[in-house]
Design a protein around this ligand. Structure first.
Ligand code: F0G
Length: 482
C-alpha cells in the first residue's frame, strides 16, 4: 500500500511522529474505580479525568497538537474584529475546500444550530446517510424529521464492505419523490459516519448522491467533522482514487457540495468549527446568526490561538503520513480483539474501535442499556473510559417509550497521536479479561433522566449488585495489581 507504513510481517502500526510533550497518567485501584463510576452515576461522561487511565471517550478536542500547531499559536493576532488570524483561517479553508465564504463557529453543533435555524421548517425531512446526535437534536427541535438512508450493509456489525457509510441512492430517490423536493431543505452527508462505527462513504457514492440532489435542486451539506478518516479510506480502499493525492480527493469531494461544516475539535486537531458556503444567497442567510449565537464574524466563539492551530491542523490533514495514524491503530486494536473472539464492528473504521455490546453481553435487554453497562464495566476493569453508543444515546419517543437503537456499541475512541501501542495493548488485555467474565455484567436503569441528549448528563444505577461482584473477581484474578 502506497505511503502507509507498517512494520513488515506483524502488521504492527508505526507512528510517523515522535512524542515530545507528555502528560502523567493516574491508574486508580479497582476499588477506587468502582467508587468513581458510582459517583458518576454509571455515566462515563461524568467521570473526573483524574480518575481515568485511558481516556477513550472521544476524539473530540483531545487530539494531540503538533509542534507546528503549538508554534503557530504564538503568532495569533488577538483582536475582536478583523483579526489577521481569522484571515489566515479563511484563506486556508478556501484553499482546501474551494468555497467562497467561511463562517466561524465555536464547535460543530453550533454550525448545526445555524444550519437548522436557517433551513429547517416544521414538517421538513432531512435525508442523511446516518444521523448524529447533535444535528438530529437541532433538526427535531425545529420540527424537522431525519431519514436515515445508509446502505443495508452499513447496519451490519460485521461486514467486509469498504464503504458502509454509503447512501442507498435508490432509497434517496424514492424518498425525494415521495416527500417532494420542496419539503427537503438539504441532504446531510456525514463523513466517517460516527454512530455506525466511524464508517466512510466512497467518492463514487458522494458523486451519485450529489447528482441526484442536483437533479432535484436540493442543496448538499457535508458534515466534514470526521473527514480525515474518510479521506484515508477513500485513498486506501477506492481503487479509482489510489493515485489521487488527499488534496485532490478533498477538492473533488468539496466541488460536489453546496455547504461543508466541521467540528474542528475533530478535523484539524483543534477546537472550534465553521461553515463553508458556496453561494452568496446561503451565506447571507446564515451570516447574521453568527454574531447572535457565536461571536463576531472574525472569531465566532473561537480563541485566536485555536484558529491558528486549525490553520496548521488542516494542512496536516492533507498529509497521508499524519492521517494514517488513527485508522492503523484502530485496525490493530480491532484485529487483536477479534483474535480473542471479541465482537467488534468490521471493517475497522475511523474515530475508534467499536465493541458490539449486543453480542458481548447478550443477556442484558436493550431497555437496560447493554452498551452503557459494558462501558461502566470496562472502566471498573481497567480505568478505561469509553462511550455508550446505543439505546442510551437515543432520545425517547414522544409517547415516552424507549427508541431502541439499531446497534448497541461501546466506542473506544483513539484520539489522534495520543496513545502508545503498549497502552492499546493494555486496553486489549483488560477487555479480554472482561469478556471472560462477561456473565457478571448486568444492566443499568436511570435515576435522573434529562429529556434532551440524556446520555451526556443522565445518571443511572446498576439493576443489582453486579459491580461489587465484578470488582471482587478482579481482585481475585489480579492479586495486588491495579
Ligand atoms: N458531527 C459529527 C460527525 C460528530 O462526530 C460531532 C461530534 C459533531 C458533528 C458535533 O461536533 O462536538 O464539535 O459540537 N462528535 C463528538 C463525539 C461529540 O464524541 O463523537 P461538536
Amino acid at each position: 500500500m502506497a505511503n502507509i507504513k507498517f512494520f513488515t510481517g506483524e502488521n504492527v502500526p508505526l507512528e510517523m511522529h515522535k512524542v515530545r510533550i507528555v502528560q502523567k497518567l493516574n491508574l486508580p485501584t479497582v476499588e477506587e474505580r468502582k467508587e468513581a463510576i458510582e459517583k458518576a452515576g454509571f455515566n462515563t461522561f461524568l467521570l473526573q479525568n483524574k480518575d481515568v487511565f485511558m481516556d477513550m471517550l472521544t476524539d473530540s478536542g483531545v487530539n494531540a497538537m503538533s509542534d507546528r500547531q503549538q508554534a503557530s499559536m504564538f503568532i495569533a493576532d488577538d483582536s475582536y474584529a478583523g483579526s489577521a488570524t481569522f484571515t489566515r483561517l479563511e484563506d486556508k479553508v478556501r484553499e482546501i475546500f474551494g468555497m467562497k465564504y467561511f463562517l466561524p463557529a465555536h464547535q460543530g453543533r453550533a454550525c448545526e444550530n445555524i444550519l437548522a435555524e436557517v433551513f429547517v421548517k416544521p414538517g421538513n425531512v432531512i435525508p442523511m446517510n446516518f444521523h448524529f446526535t447533535t444535528p438530529k437534536a437541532h433538526i427535531t427541535r425545529l420540527g424537522g424529521r431525519v431519514e436515515e438512508l445508509v446502505i443495508d450493509e452499513g447496519l451490519k456489525i460485521t461486514s467486509d464492505h469498504p464503504f458502509k457509510g454509503n447512501f442507498d441512492t435508490d432509497k434517496l430517490r424514492k424518498l425525494i419523490v415521495e416527500e417532494g423536493a420542496d419539503n427537503i431543505p438539504f441532504i446531510r452527508i456525514e463523513a466517517g459516519t460516527n454512530l455506525i462505527g466511524g464508517q466512510p462513504f466512497s467518492l463514487e457514492n458522494a458523486r451519485e448522491v450529489c447528482a441526484i440532489a442536483k437533479e432535484f435542486c436540493i442543496p448538499t451539506v457535508l458534515d466534514a467533522s470526521l473527514l480525515q478518516d474518510n479521506l484515508y479510506f477513500i485513498k486506501t480502499r477506492e481503487e479509482s482514487c489510489k493515485n489521487m493525492s488527499i488534496k485532490e480527493i478533498t477538492e473533488e469531494l468539496s466541488s460536489l457540495m453546496d455547504i461543508i461544516y466541521f467540528s474542528a475539535r475533530k478535523l484539524g486537531f483543534g477546537r472550534g468549527g465553521g461553515i463553508c458556503i458556496r453561494s452568496t444567497e446561503n451565506f447571507m442567510k446564515m451570516r447574521e446568526l453568527i454574531p447572535l449565537f457565536e461571536g463576531f464574524l472574525t472569531y465566532g466563539g473561537m480563541s485566536v490561538r485555536e484558529m491558528e492551530a486549525i490553520v496548521v491542523g488542516l494542512d496536516e490533514t492533507m498529509d497521508m503520513d499524519i492521517i494514517s495514524q488513527g485508522p492503523i491503530f484502530i485496525k490493530y486494536m480491532s484485529d487483536e480483539l477479534q483474535k480473542h473472539g471479541i465482537p467488534v464492528v468490521t471493517p475497522a473504521g475511523g474515530l475508534g474501535c467499536h465493541i458490539n455490546a449486543a453480542d458481548f453481553v447478550p443477556h442484558i435487554p436493550q431497555t437496560q442499556y447493554p452498551a452503557g453497562a459494558l462501558a461502566a464495566a470496562l472502566y471498573i476493569a481497567g480505568g478505561i473510559r469509553g462511550m455508550e453508543r446505543g439505546t442510551l444515546s437515543e432520545q425517547r419517543n414522544p409517547d415516552g417509550t424507549e427508541q431502541l437503537s439499531s446497534m448497541e456499541l461501546v466506542r473506544l475512541a483513539l484520539p489522534r497521536r495520543v496513545f502508545t501501542l503498549s497502552q492499546v495493548k493494555y486496553a486489549v488485555d483488560r477487555i479480554v479479561w472482561l469478556y471472560k467474565n462477561r456473565d457478571l455484567i448486568e444492566g443499568l436503569r436511570f435515576v435522573d433522566e434529562p429529556e434532551t441528549l440524556r446520555f451526556f448528563i443522565g445518571q443511572l444505577e446498576p439493576v443489582s449488585d453486579w459491580t461489587k461482584k465484578l470488582t471482587k473477581k478482579f481482585r481475585e484474578d489480579f492479586g495486588d495489581s491495579l
